[in-house]
Design a protein around this ligand. Structure first.
Ligand code: SAM
Length: 263
């Protein structure tokens, strides 16, 4: 169960993601993060479309998963993250498979002091904006570093289903069939304990819960226009490979938004 918490600031985020770095990296490296590989990752790549030749900034890049996806498709990528521990793994991947990605340790809230305005053709944030203490400010800053006509394409945990109160309903045979949600209108920080399968992945992170209207208000308020929205659901083949994904066929787990800075 998520737990509401009062503290959510840059120091806490840095400390939590540093602590989580090795476990998070091995979770991904072992292929166990199949919600990523089967669901939100491919959907996010699809929403970005043709990125060849684009100067692309990846916010909250973590171990560099999405930075690499974009670089392999021809973008010229800079990845930033607040956590040196996460970046250590991103740089390890870059050493093992050089793609020409630049990484920098930076709080995304300070984007405009680190990058010239209007220089990127695309800004991405793969499952990271909700982990930042001030996503509204980050979205506004992302708009400023975009060229006119450039796009912000982000994925977040779904605000309508990843609520502070959240309980799966299961039938007598243990199958999930529904989700109880509550406290949807609470704008609050929420702590999550990552203790999935296998249980060696044990760490805590904090994220913000805001409503759907908040998120779209932040995008529109920054001066961006929404071009597309996705709520990915698992394919039949993905469900066969990973039956656990069934819960993502019952309710959406992720929301993806494609927004453009008007030319
Ligand atoms: C759930 S992870 C996602 C990482 C990566 N995008 C991926 O797809 O695996 C969230 C990341 O956001 C980073 N983060 C949180 N707040 C940040 C901030 N203010 N500025 C930059 N990065 C931040 C964390 O350090 C962490 O690496």
């Amino acid at each position: 169960m998520p737990e509401k918490t009062s503290r959510f600031d840059a120091d806490l985020v840095r400390a939590q993601w540093d602590f989580a770095a090795d476990a998070y990296a091995s979770f991904q490296d072992a292929g166990d993060d199949y919600y990523r590989y089967e669901l939100f990752g491919p959907a996010h790549v699809e929403l970005c479309g043709d990125v060849r030749g684009l100067r692309l900034l990846d916010l909250g890049c973590g171990t560099g998963y999405f930075s690499r996806e974009m670089s392999r498709r021809g973008a010229i990528v800079t990845g930033i993250d607040i956590s040196a521990g996460q970046l250590g793994h991103a740089r390890r991947h870059e050493r093992d498979e050089p793609l020409g990605i630049s990484y920098a340790e930076l709080d995304a809230a300070s984007l405009t002091s680190a990058f010239a305005l209007g220089q990127f053709g695309m800004v991405t944030a793969c499952l990271s904006l909700q982990d930042m203490p001030n996503p509204q400010r980050v979205i506004a800053a992302a708009c400023e570093v975009l060229q006119p006509g450039g796009r912000l394409v982000f994925s977040i945990s779904h605000p309508a289903t990843d609520t502070p109160l959240r309980e799966w309903q299961t039938s007598s045979d243990g199958r999930r069939y529904g989700l109880t949600i509550g406290d949807y209108f609470d704008r609050t920080a929420v702590s999550y304990d990552w203790r999935g399968t296998p249980s060696r992945y044990a760490f805590r992170t904090t994220a913000i819960h805001a409503t759907l209207a908040d998120w779209f208000g932040w995008v529109l308020g920054a001066g961006l226009q929404v071009r597309g929205v996705l709520e990915p659901r698992p394919s039949v083949a993905a469900l066969q490979r990973h039956p656990d994904l069934e819960d993502a066929a019952i309710v959406p787990h992720f929301l993806l938004v494609d927004a453009v800075r008007p030319a």
